[in-house]
Design a protein around this ligand. Structure first.
Ligand SMILES: [Fe+2]
Length: 311
């Protein structure tokens, strides 16, 4: 290249030589300015602006920077087929709930029946007939009869909706965390009938602490935060032509209803778990039993399934 051509090229290309800390952000944004994917460019440039502003606001020290990088690395190292520490971190800082509320309820304009997916959904729950039980190994606790319905926003029943249900045991453990439970215990996949209904038998869930043996647990202890979630059932409703509905229905008398460690409990999602009176709906029920009636509304939209956080 001739000297004059090199000079011309240099005047066209923005300088990446950094003068001082105040210049870094613009130089980085310039370096990303030719990203062909417009959405990737928008997301990464905004991310850079915000994370640089964050470092300036708190005057981040080099030692704190190292702690932060180590924390991120350990989130990845603590993640495996049966546990997702990255999702747990996002949940514990309210980020999962924020993204959920921004993307549901007419893009955040109204209340929504959605809630965060959480780290425990598995893709291939066993297909179960309506009225069937999702108790697949001995699981002591009060029996629960759930009677649910799925409609569109106008209240018309939606038939043929696939609904995944998953929950913790009355001891507060998901089957993948607990060797005493059978594989896929307290998980099932149902299909709504012509009236949009699905119904099943289970046990009343209990609240549980999120896993605290990893970096997220360290953070919660450092922040003097309690690790419990209020008891809930998880649901994922899926039907082509409708936005996949991912949600949770919370037990109304749980002591942690208003202090959910992952901020998933919204007012709309408090269920009416009524203690049964008189003869139970099945003759083999021993001891107390509960009934939950709950209606779900699916919004129009794209029926995409999320990536399962665990296998
Ligand atoms: Fe859960």
């Amino acid at each position: 290249m001739s000297a004059s051509a090199a000079l011309a090229a240099n005047t066209l290309r923005p300088s990446h030589l950094i003068e001082d800390q105040s210049a870094v952000t613009e130089v980085v944004l310039n370096a990303m300015s030719e990203t062909p994917n417009r959405r990737l460019k928008e997301i990464m440039q905004s991310f850079v602006r915000h994370i640089h502003a964050f470092a300036r606001e708190v005057r981040l020290t080099e030692e704190e920077f190292e702690i932060g990088i180590d924390f991120l690395n350990r989130l990845g190292q603590a993640t495996h087929d049966a546990h997702n520490e990255g999702i747990l971190f996002s949940d514990a800082i309210g980020f999962s709930t924020l993204v959920c509320l921004l993307n549901n309820g007419q893009a955040g304009a109204t209340e929504t029946a959605s809630a965060l997916l959480g780290p425990f959904w598995r893709m291939n729950a066993p297909r179960t007939e309506n009225g069937g039980s999702i108790v697949r190994s001995e699981t002591p606790g009060p029996t629960l009869f759930a009677n649910c319905r799925v409609t569109d926003p106008e209240g018309r029943p939606l038939a043929g909706v696939d609904v995944d249900v998953w929950q913790a045991s009355p001891a507060g453990m998901y089957e993948n965390q607990d060797r005493s439970q059978a594989d896929m215990n307290l998980r099932g996949k149902f299909t709504t009938d012509a009236d949009g209904r699905f119904w099943f038998r289970s046990v009343k869930p209990a609240g549980y602490p999120v896993p605290t043996d990893g970096p997220v647990g360290e953070l919660l202890r450092a922040q003097r935060r309690q690790p419990y979630r209020p008891a809930h059932l998880h649901f994922l409703a899926h039907k082509p032509g409708h936005k996949t509905l991912i949600t949770q229905v919370f037990v109304d008398d749980d002591q942690h209803l208003e202090s959910d460690v992952v901020f998933g409990a919204t007012r709309h999602l408090v269920g009416d778990y009524r203690k049964g009176k008189g003869a139970p709906p099945a003759p083999d029920v021993i001891g107390p039993w509960y009934r939950l009636d709950y209606d779900f509304v699916m919004e129009p939209g794209e029926s995409k399934l999320p990536t399962p956080p665990i296998k």
